[in-house]
Design a protein around this ligand. Structure first.
Ligand code: NAD
Ligand code: SSN
Length: 534
């Protein structure tokens, strides 16, 4: 068994099975043959996609201060590119550009906007190898995973290119014979979009595509550590005919850009994906100008294996979920609950799957797990593992920081770790791990698993494995989460609403509901000048 990269093919997801990589039961990397090069430009078919400026009002522009900051390859700690440190001034200019472009973009028909989006989709699909190389270079995920994100992210552009044409108002049954009631939907206006580093493309397309399809214009702030994927998307959008000012990108100083977006009365909506802490601050700030907000925040997903589950399949899927993007996925399995009777079989199976992982540069053949995004993040996860071990958890594999050799020794890698005997007092149980560690907790009765699963402030995604229909319905109905995977861990699709409850956020992305987030309702009440009963 081996962990597989989750790869999108058409409208379905497939597990791409890499070659096994075993060395004394531990993950290894062949550093000598590693292609961890940070010279991403040489990997691109179209080198013009590597943009290193802000994109404001249709122009590529540096920061007024002239200041730049490096973007690192987390596999090697080498500099991939330098980008401007944009701040309040650049953001204000971008907001003005978006406001100027709004009336013209709004006035286009949904079909006109849709055909520009469709062209953007086509260009993104055509350039998906290049976008994926840029993504792997700046965020570290294996190329196959980057490609899967690229295809899924493009899927959102395609979906909303089509869905924009299905925006509908209502004609309401009147209560007054001389009056008619209608509702119309219009774009909310200028949107501020703030996105994280873990999915540098798809978190953008889920916000920008519905916003543009609805007729809004956008100022996007990508994560400061992964701005290059965003900038390549802007270049393709420009080529697709997205008019100047409709999509603007400011990279740089997060609080300065964020504060300017939040304070602006012109910006009528904030779409944010990131940590719960930052999301709460943004939501509080947005109250001053009564902006709408959508928040896609953190998670602490339970993954429940009931005793009638197919253990081998569940073990494979658990690893695919927990260690996707090296565990840095908001819907990652974070706490694994296994029913008593199948515990040892499951732990053995899962350890074997994890031992089949290959750690290394995302550009290297067969690599299934890359580095974490930063040394800070790697050390945080390592500390969580050490705390769990000090409280009695037993690593059946991993547990430390690997020695990979060559350039990769400068990278931010952590061994994929299985923690058997985890307990409720450990931080790995209470916190979002956001790294390659999985705590395994044993339960006796179904109700115990559900109780522990719901024992968190988060409510993003939950999963369980069973063949019993009654058990499945009961668990699905009792889990307090925005999304539930039933015998399935690949729950993301452009057609399905994505989002959480409780401290995991408000609003939904993708699907028909994702478009509503960028539309506002207007009620038209018309005295029609005759009484229909006469
Ligand atoms: N629910 C979802 O759909 C989803 C998806 C991906 C990631 N996430 C969550 O994101 C978190 C990891 O991402 P992260 O570390 O990039 O989160 P983060 O909150 O640190 O950063 C997210 C974005 O916010 C920006 N930011 C940071 N401080 C800001 C400020 N003061 N004002 C304005 N913007 C600011 C960052 O630059 C980045 O662009 C995890 O908690 C993860 O669960 C959630
Ligand atoms: O990290 C959050 C996004 C994960 C996904 O799109 O499946």
């Amino acid at each position: 068994m081996s962990l597989s990269a989750l790869v999108r093919q058409g409208s379905t997801w497939k597990l791409l099975r890499p070659q096994f990589c075993r060395s004394g039961g531990r993950c290894v990397v062949r550093a000598a043959s590693s292609d961890a090069s940070s010279d991403v430009k040489s990997k691109l078919k179209d080198a013009e996609l590597l943009k290193t400026d802000c994109f404001v009002g249709g122009e590529w522009t540096g920061a007024e201060s002239g200041e730049t900051m490096p973007v690192y390859n987390p596999a090697t700690n080498e500099v991939v590119a330098n980008v401007p440190v944009g701040g309040a001034k650049e953001t204000s200019r971008a907001i003005s550009a978006a406001a100027d472009a709004f009336p013209g973009w709004k006035a286009k028909t949904a079909k006109e906007r849709g055909s520009i989006l469709r062209k953007w989709y086509d260009l993104v699909v055509e350039a998906s190898d290049d976008i994926s190389s840029i993504m792997t270079a700046e965020c570290g995920k294996p190329f196959a995973e980057a490609k899967a994100e690229c295809v899924g992210g493009a899927g959102s552009i395609e979906w909303f290119a089509e869905e924009g044409r299905r925006i509908q108002g209502d004609v309401l049954e009147t209560v007054n014979p001389s009056i008619r009631f209608l509702t119309t939907k219009s774009p909310v206006g200028v949107v501020g979009a703030i996105t994280p580093w873990n999915f540098p493309m798809s978190m953008i397309t889920r916000k920008v595509s519905p916003a543009l399809a609805a007729g809004c214009t956008v100022v996007l702030k990508p994560a400061e550590v992964t701005p290059l994927t965003a900038l390549s998307l802007a270049e393709l959008g420009r080529r697709a005919g997205i008019p100047a000012g409709v999509l603007n990108i400011v990279v740089g100083d997060a609080p300065a850009i964020g504060d300017t977006l939040i304070a602006s009365d012109t910006v009528r909506k904030i779409g944010f994906t990131g940590s719960t802490g930052v999301g709460k601050k943004l939501a509080a700030g947005a109250a001053d100008t009564v902006k709408r907000v959508s928040l896609e925040l953190g998670g602490n997903a339970p993954f429940i294996i009931f005793d009638d589950a197919d253990v081998e399949t569940a073990a494979q899927m658990t690893v695919s979920s927990a260690f996707r993007n090296a565990g840095q996925t908001c819907i990652c399995a974070n706490r694994i609950f296994v029913q008593e009777g199948i515990r040892s079989q499951f732990v053995e199976a899962i350890t074997a799957v994890v031992n089949g992982l290959k750690l290394g540069s995302g550009f290297d053949e067969g690599v299934t797990m890359g580095p974490l995004i930063s040394p800070k993040q790697r050390d945080r996860v390592h500390e969580l593992v050490k705390e769990a071990v000090s409280k009695g958890a037993k690593p059946t594999t991993g547990g430390g920081i690997p020695n990979l050799g060559g350039k990769l020794d400068q990278g931010y890698f952590m061994q994929p770790t299985v923690l058997d005997n985890a307990t409720l007092d450990m931080k790995v149980y209470k916190e979002e791990i956001f790294g390659p560690a999985m705590p395994i907790i044993t339960f006796k009765q179904d109700k115990d698993a559900i109780k522990m699963a719901n024992d968190t402030e988060y409510g993003l995604a939950a999963y369980f494995w069973t063949k019993d229909l009654a058990r499945a319905f009961k668990a699905a109905e009792q889990l307090d989460y925005g999304m539930v995977g039933i015998n399935e861990q690949a729950i993301t699709s452009e057609i399905a609403p994505f989002g959480g409850i409780k401290h995991s956020g408000v609003g939904r992305e993708n699907s028909k509901y994702g478009l509503e987030e960028f539309l506002q309702l207007k009620t038209l009440v018309m005295g029609v000048g005759y009484n229909k009963t006469l």
